[in-house]
Design a binder for this molecule. Structure first.
Ligand code: ADP
Length: 437
């Protein structure tokens, strides 16, 4: 401030000195003219720089900072420094924003930042998908006008945000979304969204599974409990007693089979057991399966083992115990579901591409097409009565599918109603070994 007044004093002094000098040299009136001329030049100089500054500021470009004299030059430099520091801050903010965006994009949940009027400040790509938003078009718009769900508005406008809310039917009719609002900063809020469709499906499967197991165990337990009561209350003769004990025995076996299958399935699903890679002789395996099938069928079916095509390998690489159990399940199903007198064929061959195919074919009742895709679900049966009557647990094909997938193989089911069924396990070519290797 002081230097400004000194400058004003110096400038005024200089004008006065110039005016006095010209008064002395040029006579009366010359000093006044000089003073007026100096003032006009000074005003023009200031106006020129004001105009220059105005032009620069109205089309501001830091690279085109003008130069000037004295105070004006310092003014231009100060504005230049201010603009540079603003630019640096802006770059830092942009960098922060970019890393915030990449963090939110990397998150498995969607994120929407809302201001205190519920207007969208920012939304991650996942949140756009979850809530059907479209940025940048929807930026600044009220989210309540964009997400039309009765419970959504209640939740956002309410005060209870400590617990998330679950909305069914979002983002599409068959999906479910979990949302939670988290207040932050100055009345701003973060809306977190998570697609929980898969989680809900798993929970339903778990509940169904527990209900199915309970139901499967309850039936034999009820029979056994009934017989125990009868035996306690009524004196039974030896014949009746042995009949009752036989029924109790078969119900106990049924529970035993169910528990064995459940334990096997759980071991397979959790992959607790490492897979053994053994060289399995499929010709010997087919003969063993046919022998067991004959015993199970009590000679009431015709069991045929198809010969191995010429030049193909009979060696399969896999876990012999697991695969014997999977093949045995398919053979036992063929016998249990094919009426007496039917024919069952067992075969092993290689496809033209070298894949190994184990196949069980029967000429039983066949299966209607709508059931085929669901047969490997746990406890799915076409005819519950027939399955239980023949000692089925409803878990056989689920076990086969798991064993196949542990061997990177595929279970294929083909069937024609009234004609019969064909169950195949198709192994990749690299599991079929050449005899000499
Ligand atoms: P289950 O213990 O009931 O046999 P599975 O999982 O082995 O259970 O089979 C599921 C269902 O598939 C069976 O209940 C039966 O309805 C059908 N099924 C399986 N194999 C055959 C077959 N060879 N012929 C006709 N139906 C079959």
């Amino acid at each position: 401030m002081l230097s400004l007044w000194i400058k004003v004093a110096l400038t005024s002094g200089l004008i006065i000195l110039l005016s006095l000098a010209s008064e002395l040299v040029g006579g009366p009136g010359a000093g006044r003219n000089t003073a007026i001329t100096c003032l006009v030049i000074w005003v023009c100089f200031q106006l020129y720089h004001l105009q220059k500054m105005n032009r620069w500021l109205s089309d501001f470009r830091i690279s085109q900072t003008p130069t000037g004299l004295g105070t004006w030059d310092r003014l231009y430099s100060s504005i230049y420094r201010l603009a540079r520091s603003y630019e640096r801050q802006q770059a830092q903010t942009n960098q922060l924003l970019a890393s915030f965006r990449s963090v939110t994009e990397a998150m498995p949940d969607g994120v929407v930042a809302l201001d205190h009027h519920n207007q969208i400040i920012f939304a991650s790509h996942r949140a756009e998908q979850h809530l059907g938003l479209q940025l940048p078009t929807d930026q600044g718009r009220n989210i309540l006008n964009l997400v039309r769900h009765p419970r959504f508005a209640d939740y956002i406008e309410g005060e209870e945000w400590s617990e998330p809310v679950v909305l069914h039917g979002l983002p599409t009719a068959d999906r479910s979304l979990q949302l939670q609002l988290i207040p932050y900063g100055d009345e701003e809020r973060l809306l977190m969204s998570r697609d929980i469709t898969q989680l809900e499906r798993l929970e339903t499967t778990r509940k169904d599974f527990v209900a199915n197991v309970s139901h499967e165990l309850r039936t034999p337990l009820t029979v056994i409990a009934g017989f125990i009561e009868t035996m306690q209350e009524l004196p039974l003769d030896a014949k009746k007693r042995s009949e009752v004990l036989e029924t109790m025995g078969s119900q106990t076996q049924r529970m035993q089979r169910l528990i064995d299958d459940l334990l096997l399935l759980s071991r397979l699903e959790s992959s607790q057991k490492a897979l053994q890679e053994q060289r399995i002789d499929m010709s010997a395996m087919l003969n063993r399966l046919a022998h067991e099938a004959k015993m199970l069928s009590r000679e009431s079916h015709q069991i045929l083992v198809m010969p191995l095509p010429e030049g193909q390998t009979n060696l399969l690489l896999g876990d012999e115990h697991e695969l014997a159990s999977a093949f045995g399940n398919l053979v036992s199903n063929a016998i249990r579901y094919t009426p007496a007198g039917g024919e069952i064929r067992l075969s092993w061959r290689q496809s033209a591409q070298g894949a190994g195919i184990f196949m069980v074919e029967d000429n039983g009742p066949g299966i209607e097409p709508q059931h085929l895709s669901r047969l490997t679900e746990r406890f799915y049966r076409v005819d519950k009565g027939r399955s239980r009557e023949t000692g089925g647990t409803g878990l056989g094909l689920a076990i086969v599918k798991h064993i196949a997938s542990r061997h990177e193989a595929e279970l294929k089911i083909e069937s024609q109603l009234g004609q019969g069924s064909r169950f195949s396990i198709v192994f990749e070519a690299n599991r079929c070994l050449r005899a000499q290797s």
